[in-house]
Design a protein around this ligand. Sequence first.
Ligand code: HAM
Length: 435
Amino acid sequence: MADLLPVNPYRGTRDFLPEEMAVRQAVFSKFYKVIETYGFQRYDGPLLEPAEIYEAKSGREIADQQLYTLTDRSGRRLALRPEMTPSVARIVARFAGQLDFPLRWYSHVNCFRYERPQRGRVREHWQINCDIFGSESEVCEIEIFDLVHDLMAAVGATREQYVLRVNCRVIAESAMRHIVGVPEESLPQVFQVVDRWEKVTEEERVADLAEAGLDDKRIERLNEVLTGDGGFVDELPADELADSNIAKLLKRDERNLFKFDPLIIRAFEYYTSTVFEVFDTDPVNRRSLFGGGRYRDLAGLFTTQKIPGIGFGMGDVTVLDFLETHGLLPTPRIGSDVAVIPVKAQLNEAARTVTRSLRAAGIKTILPLVERSLSAEMKRAGRNGCRAAVIIGENEWHRRAVTVRDMRTGEQSEVPSDQVVDRVTQILQAEPGTD
Ligand code: HAM
């Protein structure tokens, strides 16, 4: 006999059984609902894209280490999408002439990154993306941050359980120049160190900063800027902050909307000002739940038209870890409502007729797919979560009647076949499900 193939999925990818899928569906449908109340419209795009669209501006980590690339039979270099932002920028650029800006668009897509699987990190994850295109106003930031809070509230999270950490690259660069005194050519290297700030030890940080050309005094100032309350923003030249919506919001004291945090840098090259991440306040979950930012001209890869965007990706793995940690996972029932059981094969057609009437009324109804005894089928109906059973017996069917059993109370009665839907509905309404 030939060797059997492995049943485990490829490392870092997951299979979802119906029970788990039901939990995911319960969570995501709440998210879709909130997103749609904000007027976002759903779009989609391909899983495969030309590799260059990620190599251009998604940052070195994604381009050099995490991209799954392949060459098709005609020699085109393609990549499995590691994120949705370059695709949506391409789609918006492609249809810009016929779109009515500003747009509010959302998607829910799987993304692939070649990462070391660990808590909060896998190789295929699902991301909800929400982006606004065609507006540079700070109203977008407010909308996006409000949306983040409403999404978290929709799944039962309180403001103490998570934190929305926000920074702005315009502010960060200005602070590096004017307060820390970082030489222009060292800026990228210093930002790389800041981006890894919470992932490395203090010694490593100091060594990396020294290598980037910072002396002890500058390193100390950098420390103060990064770990203080953001008071330094007032000392920066106002003309340099003209493009910073976060500077505007800080002036208006919108601080209950977000936590200003100079440690948030984000590795993507396309962000030009606002950057943000959402974290669990419970330290067991160290990876971000949401990541996002403003990109003035990512669409510029594809068109000469200027189309600014701002948005975020929210990952399934970290959100579900968060919900589990805080006891917020829903417990939907996944079974059917009713089992229709003919007592013998000759009554299969009758069972089919009754089943059709129940399904037409929107009731989840199953009938036997293998021949089994009535008691075995009743047991299976119970295991399946059915709250009613409709038994088709020979004598009753002659009278155009069936037996309807309430699976919870065990009560059963004969019901004319044209009243089955009403009787079953009564039973279902007496004990509503949780979905
Ligand atoms: P990102 O921060 O790379 O941003 O990903 C967004 C979210 O996706 C993360 O906060 C995390 O929840 C989840 N995520 C990312 N990588 C993984 C992984 N390997 N395993 C599990 N979850 C993961 C972006 O992708 C940007 N394109 C988001 C964006 C949209 N910016 C503007 N619009």
